[in-house]
Design a protein around this ligand. Structure first.
Ligand code: PHE
Length: 443
C-alpha cells in the first residue's frame, strides 16, 4: 500500500511500546485497580497479558507484515472477502476508543497546566470538586480538541518523521521519569499501605466476575492488541524483523509501566490519606487523588515538581498511543481510497472530534462508551485469534518461520494461540459482555 518503512527495528519496537504504554497503564490501571481485587486482579491481569495477549500480538504483527495492508483490508486479503468485516470492526473500535481517549488526554493536559500554574486543589473539598470541574464544559471540550489536533499533526508527519521520532524520545523519557517517581514513593512514610491495597491477597477474588472482567479489559486495552493499531504499524516492518522477540519486548515494557505506575499511584494515595477518594473507584481516580495530594502545602516544591513531571509523563504516554489509534483509519483511507496522508488525517481527525463531543461534555457517557468499546475490543481480539490460529495457521507458521526462530517455538506459539488464547478470550468476552450489558441497560 505504501513504501513507508521504519528507520530501524528499535524504532518499531519503541513505537509499538509507545502505542501500548498509555493512559491504559496510568489512568486505566488506577481506575480498575481501585475497584478492588488487589493481588488477584494483578495476577489475573498478568496471566492474561502473557498467555493470551502476547500470542495474539504476535499474530497481529504477522498479519500486518505479511499482507502489508491497512487494518481495513488485511483480514480480507489473507482469508477472503467474508473476513472483511473484521477490518470494519478494527476501524469502528479504534475510532470509538480514540473519540474518548482524546477527552482523557484533555483532562491530563488541563491538570498539567494547573500544576504548572500552581492551581491544583489544596483542600479536600476542592479536591472532590476538581474532577467534575475539568471533565465538563468548555475546559473539557478545548482539551479534547487540542489533543486530537496534536495527534493529527504527528500522524500527518508520517511514520518516520512523526511517529518514530516522537516515540524514540518519549518512551525512554517516560521510563526514566516513572522509575524516579517510584523510587521517590518507596521512601515516603505509609507507602506500604498503598502496596498492601494493590497487592493484598484474597483468593476469593480470583473467581469474582467483576475482578475477572476488569483484568480482561485492562490487559486488552493496555497491550492494545486486537484492534489493528499494531497491525498498521507492522505493515511498515521489514521482513527481517523477529516478530516474537519484538512482541515480547513490547508486552514486557507495557506491563512494567503498568505495575510501576501502580507503585506510584497507590502509595501516594496512602501517603496522602486519600483512600476515601479512591474508594469510589471512579474513572476520576487518577485525577481526583494525585493533583490534590501533590498540591498539599506540606510537600512544598517537591509536590510541584512531582506533579508537573507525572502529568507530563502521562501526556507523553497518551500521545504515543493516540497516534497509533489514529493510524488505523488514516492508513485504511490511504490504502482503500488512495488518498494522500494529509487528507486522510484531516478527515479522520474531524470524525473523531465530532464523535468525542458527547464524551467531552458528559463523563457518564464516556464511561459507557469505554465499557462498550472494551467489549468490542475483546470481541475483535477473539475473531482475530480464530482467524490466525484456526483459519490461516499455515500462513502464520510460514511467516514466523521465515525469520530466525526455531520450529518448536513457532509450534508452541501456535498451540497457545489455538488452545489457550481462543478459549480464554471466549470466556473473558462472555464475562465482560454480561457486565457491560448490565451496566448499560439495567441501570
Ligand atoms: N494501549 C493504549 C493505552 O494503554 C491504548 C490503546 C488501545 C492503543 C488500543 C492502541 C490500541 O493507553
Amino acid at each position: 500500500m505504501t513504501k513507508e518503512r521504519w528507520g530501524s527495528g528499535l524504532g518499531f519496537v519503541l513505537a509499538a511500546a509507545g502505542s501500548a504504554v498509555g493512559l491504559g497503564n496510568l489512568w486505566g490501571f488506577a481506575y480498575r485497580a481501585s475497584q478492588g481485587g488487589g493481588g488477584a486482579f494483578v495476577l489475573l491481569y498478568l496471566v492474561i497479558v502473557f498467555l493470551v495477549c502476547l500470542p495474539l500480538l504476535v499474530a497481529e504483527m504477522a498479519l500486518g507484515r505479511s499482507t502489508r495492508k491497512s487494518p481495513l483490508r488485511a483480514p480480507a486479503e489473507i482469508a477472503g472477502k467474508s473476513w472483511g468485516l473484521l477490518g470494519w470492526l478494527f476501524l469502528v473500535v479504534s475510532v470509538g476508543i480514540l473519540s474518548y481517549y482524546v477527552v482523557l488526554m484533555g483532562y491530563t493536559g488541563t491538570t498539567l497546566l494547573n500544576a504548572l500554574l500552581g492551581q491544583l486543589p489544596v483542600d479536600k473539598s476542592a479536591a472532590t470538586d476538581y474532577f467534575p470541574s475539568i471533565s465538563t464544559g468548555s475546559v473539557s471540550l478545548i482539551g479534547q480538541l487540542l489533543s486530537i489536533a496534536l495527534t493529527g499533526i504527528v500522524v500527518a508527519a508520517g511514520v518516520r518523521g512523526g511517529i518514530e521520532r516522537l516515540t524514540r524520545l518519549g518512551v525512554p523519557l517516560l521510563f526514566f521519569m516513572l522509575i524516579c517517581l517510584a523510587i521517590w514513593a518507596v521512601f515516603q512514610p505509609n507507602a506500604h499501605e498503598g502496596y498492601a491495597f494493590l497487592f493484598g491477597w484474597d483468593a476469593k477474588q480470583l473467581l469474582d466476575p467483576s475482578t475477572i472482567a476488569n483484568a480482561f479489559k485492562q490487559a486488552f486495552f493496555s497491550v492494545g492488541t486486537g484492534i489493528g493499531a499494531i497491525l498498521a504499524y507492522s505493515a511498515y516492518l521489514s521482513r527481517k524483523s523477529s516478530i516474537p522477540g519484538e512482541a515480547l519486548a513490547v508486552v514486557t515494557m507495557d506491563t512494567a509501566v503498568g505495575l510501576l505506575a501502580g507503585c506510584v499511584t497507590f502509595p501516594l494515595v496512602a501517603i496522602l490519606g486519600l483512600g476515601d477518594l479512591v474508594g469510589a473507584g471512579t474513572v476520576g481516580t487518577l485525577f481526583s487523588t494525585l493533583p490534590h495530594g501533590l498540591a498539599l502545602p506540606s510537600l512544598g516544591i517537591a509536590g510541584k515538581i512531582v506533579s508537573v513531571t507525572f502529568f507530563s509523563l502521562v501526556y507523553i504516554a497518551a500521545i504515543t498511543s493516540s497516534i497509533s489509534l489514529l493510524e488505523v483509519p488514516v492508513s485504511s483511507l490511504i490504502d482503500n481510497l488512495g488518498w494522500n496522508r494529509n487528507k486522510a488525517v484531516l478527515c479522520s481527525v474531524a470524525l473523531v472530534a465530532l464523535l468525542g463531543i458527547p464524551s467531552a461534555i458528559n463523563v457518564n457517557f464516556l464511561v459507557k462508551v469505554d465499557s462498550v468499546m472494551n467489549t468490542l475490543l475483546i470481541a475483535s481480539g477473539l475473531i482475530l485469534s480464530v482467524l490466525m490460529g484456526w483459519v490461516v495457521p499455515k500462513r502464520l507458521r510460514a511467516d514466523l518461520t521465515e525469520v530466525s526462530i526455531g520450529n518448536s517455538q513457532v509450534a508452541g506459539l501456535l498451540w497457545t494461540l489455538r488452545w489457550i488464547s481462543v478459549p480464554t478470550i471466549s470466556l473473558g468476552f462472555c464475562v465482560v459482555a454480561e457486565e457491560t450489558f448490565r451496566n448499560i441497560f439495567m441501570q
